[in-house]
Write a protein that binds this ligand. Structure first.
Ligand code: GDP
Ligand code: MG
Length: 436
């Protein structure tokens, strides 16, 4: 998926000018990628249509960086589709009762433990786990093992074969013993069937949980949607838990489920350990689905480090034709402040793969800095005075060659030219110059 999207967005990223055909082509790729990630065809189609409308509405084609704006539109729309802000579980009621539902193997028992552990760290919560999977003796044992590991009490009754009665007894036990959260783990089947649905519906009716959660294995793809729909029709559940998002799973199921049942995804499971639980953040999942790397945090980090004051000063200098090597040096330092080069590169979409096995010199700017440091103040502010004898001296002083000095001077000249063009409001001109 990530390869396809990389390809799609690549068309836009580098290019200064894109056409309407370009936008359509890109969105076609995005749609294909979503379908590959198990997003239902119609949902994917509606999605790209919405992005297209927004793109045209915002005049993407006339902006300076259309590619970036497109990426942002796709991502924002995806985030919106998966539910906007993160939402927690309802813990009103004393005790607050949380019912788990879902197929066998989806991760209900594991997640029950994770959630109890998660809530336990809030000092005011004292959870109780209730074992209602009466079909496999091992299921009760499994919940006890989990409870022991996280030091949370487990209520079970091996002599009782009625899960409804056990659930009720569990809630009563919680009330009597000062547990303010009850997490009811239930039995699932390998596929949706009437017996399972009746059973979970009966438990639901008997204990009236504040929160009913549907647990689903993210790896099951398109099937997850049908299962979610079946459970939602019976339970009208409050939220979805997406498990097994560790590994390669792209999580396209998140989009489909959200679109079909319109319930928030509340937590994700990212491993078998009790700590492998995360609150669901739609925007992070959007990144994951798009395989875009952590573009957003890269931008955020850059912004954090960027000194507004410096920027203003710099603009004045460019306007007055006074941009010199000292300013260039400052720019480099600015970039370096943003962090380790390899980390930064890794956040760029597609770059992660490229960099595998490649050793990036963290001091990629070492030579450049050395050369600039060997210049006199005059040479830095007025690079035009650097003649061949000066070049020799600078090369010697910085431990580089005349060739390297020449190269830097050339780069610097190009950059200065470009900046002047930008100042002249010639954004397009600059883009043209860059693509040449
Ligand atoms: P249940 O039948 O719904 O209760 O499912 P279980 O909680 O017993 O989980 C089934 C299997 O999936 C177990 O082997 C778990 O260790 C595993 N599992 C559960 N959640 C996760 C997860 O987030 N990541 C991974 N990798 N495995 C998980
Ligand atoms: Mg279980």
């Amino acid at each position: 998926l990530s390869d396809k999207l990389d390809k799609a967005l690549h068309v836009l990223k580098g290019h200064g000018s894109i056409t309407e055909v370009n936008v359509a082509e890109t969105l076609k790729e995005v749609r294909r990628a979503l379908i590959d990630a198990d997003v239902n065809f119609k949902i994917a189609k509606d999605f790209t249509n919405r992005v297209k409308e927004k793109a045209l509405g915002q005049n993407v084609l006339t902006t300076l960086q259309p590619g970036q704006l497109m990426v942002k539109l796709v991502k924002d729309e995806l985030t919106e589709l998966m539910g906007g802000d993160a939402s927690g579980v309802n813990l009103s009621g004393n005790p607050s009762v949380i019912l788990m539902s879902g197929l066998q193997g989806s991760g209900k028992t594991t997640f029950s433990g994770k959630l109890a552990n998660f809530l336990k760290t809030k000092k005011t919560k004292k959870p109780l786990l209730v074992a209602c999977d009466v079909y496999r003796p091992a299921a009760i044992d499994q919940l006890h093992v989990v409870g022991d590991a996280i030091k949370v009490d487990v209520f079970s009754d091996r002599d009782n074969t009625d899960p409804v009665a056990i659930a009720q007894a569990g809630v009563a036990f919680a009330k009597a013993n000062g547990h303010n959260v009850v997490i009811v783990d239930t039995a699932g089947r390998l596929a949706v069937d009437t017996e399972m649905m009746n059973e979970i519906a009966n438990i639901h009716k008997a204990i009236q949980p504040q929160e009913t959660l549907f647990v689903v294995d993210a790896m099951t793809g398109q099937d997850a949607v049908n299962t979610a729909k079946a459970f939602n029709d019976i339970l009208n559940f409050d939220g979805v838990i997406l498990t097994k998002l560790d590994g390669d799973t792209r999580g396209g199921a998140a989009i489909s489920i959200k679109s079909v049942v319109d319930k928030p995804i509340k937590f994700i499971g990212t491993g078998e350990k009790m700590e492998a639980i995360d609150v669901f953040y739609p925007s992070r999942m959007a990144d994951r689905i798009l395989g875009m790397g952590d573009v957003v945090s890269l931008v955020e980090r850059a912004q954090e480090q960027f000194d507004e004051e410096e920027a203003r000063k710099l603009q004045k200098k460019i306007a007055k034709n006074q941009f010199g090597f000292d300013d260039f040096l400052k720019q480099i330092q600015q970039v370096k402040k943003m962090g380790n080069m390899k980390d930064l590169m890794g956040m760029i979409p597609g770059a992660g793969k490229m960099l595998k096995g490649v050793d990036i010199d963290d001091d990629a700017f070492k030579h450049i800095e050395a050369i600039i440091h060997s210049m006199t103040v005059e040479e830095r502010t007025n690079p035009g005075v650097i003649n061949s004898s000066r070049k020799k001296r600078i090369g010697k002083g910085s431990g580089t060659s005349v060739q390297q000095v020449n190269q830097l001077l050339k780069q610097f000249n190009q950059m200065s030219k470009m900046m002047k063009m930008m100042q002249g409001g010639g954004g397009r001109k600059m883009m043209q110059a860059m693509s040449r």
